[in-house]
Design a protein around this ligand. Structure first.
Ligand code: COI
Length: 357
């Protein structure tokens, strides 16, 4: 690999950060990686100061949303350096998302190399408190200026970084989730499995209404029958019913193939837990709740890690899960995943990409 060109900032923003209260996606580090696509290929790219970019009002992405993104994290490792958690999975998912909105693929191995180089340059931005990390956000968008509805011929790939704390203000404490029975996020044959702006735009209205009523987010049901559970939007959803861990399957193409989702399924299988990826109806959850079989509910996501659900509200009825407390299983999963990420417990799956600086 050719050495990337690196242009450093004249003045770092590091000292303006409140490291004790990072929030999520609020601060941005000094540098970003940028690569452009033209004449049928991506260029090598370079690392440069993070900052505003000029765009024309006719930028096709602003009108038609031809854009995809990813979210992954780097952790300050216990014995020095940093661990980037499963970056190849994100880079490969970005290719699948790109395909769904006609964006040319960015080589996943090259993306992992770019990310490693950027993390090295931004190493001081990896926070050191437990629960904090450097969130890495690759973004690809069409850079053409036109008004006809067709794919762009040119694109930009930017990788930016944000030192973050917990995604929800609740941290690992249980969140309240409203089961959404009016609005829809995704439909079979649509873009639900792609990490593209349209899915998040589609979630804003229902999410805002739920938040105004004290919920952290909504749980989406399938758009046709409104019976089968999809995902939360910012995270996948899992149910511990007696001794079985159940999560919606990926087969309908309406939910995102989460990296944390995959990690949890691996770990749970390793622990000897029965794991099922299948259709789950909201009625099944309701019945399991009534009969006492529903033990724990939690969301999984890069930003949210493991987010226990303390209450699910469906058609006005509140289902209080595990007395509204963090479940033993959710806590153990959180401890295991974060333990691997921070290099505190053995990474027996080989998930971390370690960088030294
Ligand atoms: C993530 O977990 O990385 C997400 O993409 C969730 C959200 C911040 C968009």
């Amino acid at each position: 690999m050719a050495q990337l060109k690196i242009t450093r900032v004249a003045q770092s923003k590091y000292d303006s950060v409140n490291w004790d209260d990072l929030k999520f996606g609020y601060y941005f580090s000094d540098h970003m990686f940028v690569s452009d696509y033209a004449d049928g290929k991506w260029n090598e790219g370079e690392i440069m100061p993070y900052g505003p970019m000029q765009v024309e009002p006719t930028l096709c992405t602003l009108h038609y949303g031809q854009t995809v993104f990813e979210g992954l994290k780097a952790f300050r490792a216990k014995n020095g350096g940093a661990n980037i958690f499963r970056p190849i999975m994100n880079a490969r998912r970005l290719v699948r998302s790109s395909e769904m909105v006609c964006i040319p693929p960015y080589n996943p191995e090259k993306m992992v190399q770019d990310i490693c180089e950027l993390v090295k340059v931004e190493n001081k931005w990896i926070p050191s408190q437990y629960g904090q990390s450097l969130y890495i956000r690759p973004l690809i968008y069409g850079t053409g200026n036109f008004l006809g509805v067709h794919p762009s011929k040119t694109y930009r790939n930017i990788v930016m970084c944000s030192p973050v704390g917990a995604y929800y203000k609740e941290g690992i404490n249980p969140v309240k989730i409203k089961v959404e029975d009016v609005y829809s996020r995704a439909v079979k044959g649509g873009l639900g499995a792609a990490k593209t702006a349209a899915n998040y735009a589609a979630s804003l209205y229902a999410g805002t209404q739920a938040q105004a009523n004290g919920y952290a987010q909504v749980l989406w049901l399938d758009a046709i029958s409104r019976e089968v559970i999809d995902e939360v939007g910012a995270m996948n959803i899992m149910f511990l019913m007696k001794d079985e861990l159940i999560t919606p399957s990926l087969e309908h193409g309406t939910i995102l193939a989460g990296v944390t989702r995959d990690s949890v399924l691996h770990i749970a299988k390793d622990w000897g837990v029965k794991v099922s990826e299948r259709n789950i109806s909201i009625d099944e959850i309701h019945d399991a709740y009534k009969s006492g079989r529903l033990k724990e509910v939690f969301g999984t996501g890069t930003a949210a890690v493991i987010s226990p659900v303390g209450m699910l509200t469906y058609k006005g009825e509140d289902l209080i899960i595990n007395d509204g407390k963090i479940g033993e299983f959710s806590q153990k999963l959180y401890d295991t995943i974060t333990g691997i990420q921070y290099g505190e417990i053995e990474d027996k799956y080989g998930w971390n990409v370690h960088v030294e600086f």
